[in-house]
Design a protein around this ligand. Structure first.
Ligand code: NAD
Ligand code: IPM
Ligand code: MN
Length: 352
């Protein structure tokens, strides 16, 4: 079982180290880890954010554990050289169109949420975010208008097959868990969204047992914090999913708690090939201070065990250890505590 570890920038290496230590402490036989450069660090060392060697390493692995990329000193580089292109390139080149972002308030941990406990208690949703299309991957550019003004533009589009395949992922998840499915779009304004909605309705015919509704994204943002219990599986596009998942993380308590799995169609000898990463970024404001919450990355490693290695029991062990650590009040600054990255990681390993 080969895992490519791509720590990246800022707090990426700090949180990844704790997740790797958790994986190592499980003492799984036959596990081999490889480490590669990605993001701003790769640009500085190799002149590009996603070196060929890194992409090859990811391709040769059964799963990828990714930290975060992003470096303020790279924000003025030409776009194709910026650190963020590394994660976008990995997703695209590896065909990882399905991004699963579970957001839930563990029972007994309602106090970590800024929401009222009775509202927070109902938060348990799986955001299924399309990851390789939308305005992220359309043409973009600058132009000068007839009036001589500079304009920036980004093309938003979805092809039917892109919507269909992510819709199937969401419907399967909803059917398996007996959850309702909410498709989130902006069909009242965007043609991309109207196509999205049409295709979702078509796919729904294959899942008669799944209760489907459609919600505009602005309303969905409001309902996530006012009535989170209305959501089971949330199916949405790349941009809306990006924003709604940060929102959901804040409703849980911290962005440092939300993991993700990015999956495609490739099967390995052990499970589905995937890339696993926290939903947060490189957090330059706290990088290098040992303050970052590693839970999101540790939970991402648990998702890897489940999806890429079929190790459901080990995944649950890790998730239970995380919940127990939080329940014991071992919290970082993001959750009002004073524990550092290493102390939190150690506490999780002690509870495995
Ligand atoms: P961010 O997620 O890095 O940080 C937002 C806020 O949350 C910051 O105040 C940060 O300190 C805090 N935070 C994030 N993760 C935390 C953790 N584990 N523990 C405690 N606090 C945490 O978002 P940003 O500041 O908008 O972006 C910073 C850089 O990261 C940018 O370059 C951005 O492009 C990049 N980014 C990368 C990814 C990724 O690699 N997948 C995701 C998001 C942002
Ligand atoms: C995320 C990040 C990325 C995204 C950026 C860094 C490209 O915000 O993984 O949520 O927008 O997908
Ligand atoms: Mn994001």
């Amino acid at each position: 079982m080969k895992i490519a570890i791509l720590p990246g920038d800022g707090i990426g290496p700090e949180v990844t180290a704790e997740a790797v230590a958790v994986l190592e402490s499980l003492a799984l036989p036959g596990l081999t880890l490889f480490e590669g450069d990605v993001g701003g660090i790769a640009y500085k060392r190799h002149g590009v954010p996603l070196p060929d060697e890194t992409l090859d390493m990811a391709r040769a692995a059964d799963a990828v554990l990714f930290g975060a990329v992003g470096d303020p000193s790279c924000d003025t580089l030409e776009r194709h050289l910026r650190p963020e292109q590394a994660i976008l390139g990995l997703r695209k080149h590896l065909g990882l169109f399905a991004n699963l972002r579970p957001a839930r308030v563990f029972a007994g941990l309602e106090h970590l949420s800024p929401l009222r406990a009775d509202i927070a208690g109902g938060l348990d949703m799986l955001i299924v975010r399309e990851l390789t299309g939308d305005v992220y991957f359309g043409a973009k550019g600058r132009r000068v208008s007839e009036a001589g003004e500079h304009e920036g533009w980004d093309a938003m589009s979805y092809a039917e097959h892109e919507v269909r395949r992510i819709a199937h992922v969401a419907f399967r998840a909803a059917a398996a868990g007996g959850h309702p499915l909410t498709s989130v779009d902006k069909a009242n304004v965007l043609e991309t969204s109207q196509l999205w909605r049409d295709v979702v309705i078509e796919v729904a015919a294959e899942y008669p047992d799944v209760e489907l509704d459609h919600m505009y994204v602005d309303n969905a943002a409001m309902q996530v914090v006012s009535h989170p219990d209305r959501f089971g599986v949330v199916l949405t596009g790349n941009l809306f999913g990006d924003i709604l998942s940060d929102l959901a993380s804040a409703a849980v308590g911290s962005i440092g708690l939300l993991p993700s799995a990015s999956l495609g169609e490739r099967e390995t000898a052990f499970g589905t090939f995937g890339l696993y990463e926290p939903i947060h970024g490189s957090a330059p404001d706290i990088a290098g201070q040992g303050k970052a919450n590693p839970m999101a990355t540790i939970l991402s490693a648990a998702m890897m065990l489940r999806h890429s290695f079929g190790m459901d029991a080990e995944a649950a062990r890790v998730e239970n250890a995380v919940a127990a650590t939080l329940a014991d009040g071992i919290l970082g600054g993001d959750l009002g505590g004073s524990h550092g990255t290493a102390a939190i990681g150690e506490a999780v390993r002690a509870r495995l």
